[in-house]
Write a new protein. Sequence first.
Length: 253
Amino acid sequence: MNLIAHPELLELLAASHALGTLRGGARRRFEALAREQAPVRAAALVWQGRLAGMTELQTSIAPDPAVWTRIRNMIDAEQSALAIERQRDAANARADSEPRQGGWLRSLTLWRGATAAGALATVLAVAVGLNLRDQLHNAPAVQYVAVLSDDKDAASMLVTFDPKKKQLVLQRVGGFNEGNDKSLQLWALPPGGAPRSLGVLDNAPGLRLAASESDVHAVPALAITLEAKGGVPPGSGPKGPVLFKGALIEKTI
């Protein structure tokens, strides 16, 4: 299925992937698509950023002791099932003429493991007060998104534009550190025109820059350069090397 043609489904899958409730083959297929398609990768990073922000703001809550007891019971049940499977496989190996039951039991064991993992994810989601549908409904509007990567195609910066708040939201997803004597500067790369500065970045993991839609409309790509502390003077073009760049994708809200 072409997820890009189904934005609502893409958002649900990206949110489930970030939460950890997308598992097994579905998770592997989604991650494969994210490696191949920039819009899918961008959606995954957007939701990882949203949930990471929630955990930073959420007050720590100690789960009820009964929660840990249920988790411990699930883990014990999983280990017992694995032990039974090993014993059954050993018995079947000694009796090749008898029908093997290992495959069915293995499937049952995997199902139990998935159930335990799902229950754990549900417990964690409830503990932080997270409701996926509410998040989809209340999430900031994202009209433009870009994943800026280095020359080795490693994602380093996630950039989104929120038309409601008229701001660019940047989130570092790599480990690059420009140092205290340098600054990163964000540039729009309009077709057939000179690069246009969108702002100088500080070294915070997340940053918001005031912007209007005209700053990003019809801009096919963004880039980040390494400049002297404070960036280049207004009206000047980039002086330093291009560290990260990527296509700016317009999304349907």
